[in-house]
Design a protein around this ligand. Structure first.
Ligand code: PLP
Length: 366
């Protein structure tokens, strides 16, 4: 049996006609930049995120970069974030000229450990970027306490966590801005790259809109140095077709997670810990095992897709050498990088496929 990590063909088969019709509508209109599809998606994503405003962007990376540039972040500023994240979080900070200051993770949730944040605050700290990893939001209350005490901005990297909640509050709605990715493997994924920023701050919203168009307002008169961070209307059209399915897909992922949780209970496989404050959308189902690299080879041999998110924490990446961090600085992130493994959790998985995944993992470990 073959069980890929993700099967987008199965998803596409179920909505193919609607997707093709939506793309055709954009092509027929020849409104190839901006337009009603982008505006409609922005309104709907703001709505499901409990935010007033949303600005479509060309990717999740550009959602973060646009946010940083719109907040006027740059050289001399420090950003507190987690080293255990996808590269983009940290890459964007460094691209603005600001300095990322890392704080280790909570080993249970893999999200930034709020207890370690305050000691990292200096008079240069401008903002905190919590990353809501794998579909679960970071512990936002203690983070917001520090933010309010030191008057900082918060950029929620919610690329993997659209519609997930913390104490009933939606990802992206607690901080200054929230950033989503529509990379195809996300719970809401386009037919290519896309992203969005949500906010309740109207002034910032206006800046984000101008910034994504090279900082021009009016056209050809540039207030700020921005970029081309625009969301493609063909992507918006595809995402509008998929959006009504999002909750059902996330629910199916949660069902698959429960299945695995039960099967792996009382075994050596450490299953994901979801805080009682959170509802996860399980963009990934990440287990933790000791002989991880051997298990990866075994699963691949048996036709099971799996992936390591992430094998090297940000503070140890070659391109961030100049920041001066070293092995041992963030032991929990480093240990997680050696032990985590994402296994298939996508909505279309059958019980037979999940059973095969569980049996294969157990036959290797026992
Ligand atoms: C945590 C995190 N941040 C940022 C991004 C960047 O999003 P994109 O790939 O859409 O640029 C991703 C997605 O891959 C992500 O997982």
């Amino acid at each position: 049996m073959q069980v890929p990590l993700l099967d987008l063909k199965a998803q596409y088969a179920a909505i193919k006609n609607e997707v093709l019709a939506a793309i055709s509508e954009v092509l027929e209109s020849q409104q190839c930049i901006g337009g009603p599809k982008v505006a409609e998606l922005e309104e709907k994503i703001a709505g499901i995120s409990d935010c007033e405003f949303a600005v479509g962007t060309s990717s999740g990376t550009d959602a973060i970069l646009n946010s940083l540039m719109s907040l006027d972040i740059g050289p001399g500023d420090e950003f507190i974030t987690t080293p255990f994240t996808f590269f983009a979080t940290v890459g964007c900070i460094v691209r603005t000229g600001a300095r990322p200051v890392f704080v280790d993770i909570d080993p249970a949730t893999y999200n930034i450990n709020p207890e370690l944040i305050e000691q990292a605050v200096t008079n240069k700290t401008r903002a905190i970027i919590p990353v809501h990893l794998f579909g679960q939001m970071a512990d936002m209350d203690p983070i917001m306490e520090i933010v309010n005490k030191y008057n900082l901005a918060v950029i929620e990297d919610a690329a993997q966590s659209i519609t997930s909640t913390y104490k009933g509050r939606k990802a992206g709605s607690i901080g200054t801005v929230g950033c989503f990715s529509f990379f195809p493997s996300k719970n809401l994924g386009g037919a290519g790259d896309g992203g969005m920023v949500v906010t309740n701050d109207e002034e910032l919203y206006n800046r984000l809109k101008i910034m994504r168009n090279h900082g021009a307002s009016p056209k050809y008169y540039h207030k700020f140095l921005g970029g081309n961070f625009r969301l493609d209307p063909i992507q918006a059209a595809v995402l509008l077709v998929k959006l009504p399915h999002l909750d059902g897909w996330s629910e199916a992922r949660r069902g698959n997670a429960v299945f695995y949780d039960e099967k792996f209970a009382n075994t050596v496989v450490k299953t994901p810990y979801i805080s009682p404050d959170c509802v996860s959308i399980y963009n990934q189902y990440v287990i933790r095992v000791l002989k991880r690299d051997e298990l990866v080879a075994y699963l691949r041999e048996k036709g099971i897709g799996c992936e390591i998110y992430y094998p090297l924490p940000a503070h140890l990446q070659e391109c961030f050498k100049h920041l001066g961090y070293k092995q041992g600085d963030f032991p929990e992130a480093e240990k997680a990088a050696e032990q985590v493994l994402a296994i298939p959790v996508y909505p279309e998985l059958t019980d037979e496929m999940k059973d095969y995944v569980v049996e294969t993992i157990m036959s290797f470990l026992c």
